[in-house]
Design a protein around this ligand. Structure first.
Ligand SMILES: [Zn+2]
Length: 80
């Protein structure tokens, strides 16, 4: 069964957030494709891609053990 691509599932379609503090709550709101909202944060790495900070959050389902990554791009407000 194919699972439709979802925002944040790959580096090409990161979830855009404002301040970095929004990343953890957003990551926890993501759902396991099988079990629903049972994901916990297993790890987190940061990378700079094309001059922008990219946070990659590793999520693990506490029910079935399914692992997935969520990519977040931090969008800094423009300084006036
Ligand atoms: Zn699961």
């Amino acid at each position: 069964m194919l699972i439709a691509p979802e925002a944040g599932a790959s580096g090409e379609h990161p979830i855009e957030v404002g301040p970095a503090s929004q990343i953890d709550p957003h990551a926890r709101s993501l759902e396991c494709p099988r079990c629903g909202p049972r994901l916990k944060i297993a790890g987190e790495t940061a990378r700079v891609i094309a001059g922008r900070v990219r946070r990659i959050v590793e999520l693990e389902c506490v029910q079935c053990g399914e692992r997935r990554e969520a990519h977040f791009a931090i969008v800094e407000p423009l300084l006036q």
